[in-house]
Design a binder for this molecule. Sequence first.
Ligand code: PFF
Length: 486
Amino acid sequence: MTREKPKNLWRSRWGFILAATGSAVGLGNIWKFPYITGEYGGGAFVLMYLACILAIGIPVMMTEIALGRRGRGSPIDAIGRVVRENGGNPLWKVVGGMGMLCGFLILSFYVVVAGWAFAYTWKMLDGSLAATSVEALGGVFEAHNADPWQLGGWSVLVALLTLWIVAKGVQQGVERSVRWMMPGLAVMLLALVGYALSSGSFRAGFDFLFHFDASKITGEALLAALGHAFFTLSLASGAILTYGSYIPDGQSIARTAFLVAICDTCVALLAGLAIFPIIFANGMNPSAGPGLIFISLPLAFQQMPFGTAFGVLFFAMVSIAALTSAIGMIEATVAYLNEKHGISRFKGAVASGSVLLVISLLAMLSFNLMSDWTPLGKNFFDWLDYLTSRWMMPLGGIFMAILAGYVLRSEIMRDELGLAPGGYALWLLMVRYVSPVLILMVFLHALGWLLFDPVMQWHWVLSFIMALAGLGEMKRARVRQVFLSR
Ligand code: PFF
């Protein structure tokens, strides 16, 4: 079967790396990672998170890139083509469709949080954050959210900027913007870490992030780490697969995926190393929750020399990180409309943007006019977050792992990944056994099951048996490879 010719390609090898890192590095790294690390107690959580990135994040990311490049298209088309090449069931396209929908739904609440970052860059400058207590700054945050015009205005600005960049195309829009935004982000982050180093509390921040306390390893923390690994690497939401479809043949998928994951992890750790010393230097609580960067940090900025400058730098950095992630979330939809239905990228961006605005309007209103509308105890914003990160992403991940690990003929992935026998066997072990079992745990958790409940002990036994089976498989795959390469 002849392979689909790519319609778009990155201009350079760095195109994918920068765009995928741009999509991976976002609010998840700078807003969510520090506060959940704070909530789950520091070093032990960081260790579990790193293990999840290695064991699941990187193998699933490699799978997505390989599926994208093999099928050369948006998630639905790419998966459809790869499955056709394999002579399989076209229903697998639904997994691609779900990824696209997931990216789209994440974007509809992500623009609200990104809007906070944009608004806070401005508020830092105009003096609205000059309050001197956590309560007063909490009041500023609440007042911002209670005003639909303010909250909506900033969110719409983020949505329009994102759509404008995506409408301009892969090379002219996405690649060009990430090319300056990502180095800019790195410089800002290093400047903030540099400040944190001189704040006198760097050691306390460092210890908090890296001091390992085994008693903090709990089932709940492990599952939070796993869910976050998915979110932070932008897995199963269309972005990586679509960006992967623009990678030229011959570029190493494994090396690229490792590089993106390493950059993403470094940014999360550096963000922690920038934020916690500032929090400790000002005697604040590291487990302040989602308000950590919007309530505690502005107060810390008030109390430090050149605080306004550092505050502006910090929120500008969060805004850029959020924007490059937002681009990734909608790229799959615009690419799909363009490739499948011949709709120009501009019209595709306008059409998907209109639907996006309606859904995100509901997400914005859940902080004010619709705050009383809480079916099953969650407002609309929380529902979007819950459905996408707790269900759609892990579900997409498990299906992608099953597709690549069990359904597709082994030559397809082996050919596309281009790995040495040992590397291929390791990848196979991860997508066949480790990822599905661990992702299954996320589901059980989402269903409210307690991991360490006595009833759940059988689950550990199952994981152990699967791991043993995996090791056996790895050995067999190695033997097969040795024979095949003869
Ligand atoms: N990885 C992004 C973050 O950490 O903020 C979130 C994200 C981006 C999720 C793109 C999904 C996506 F398609």
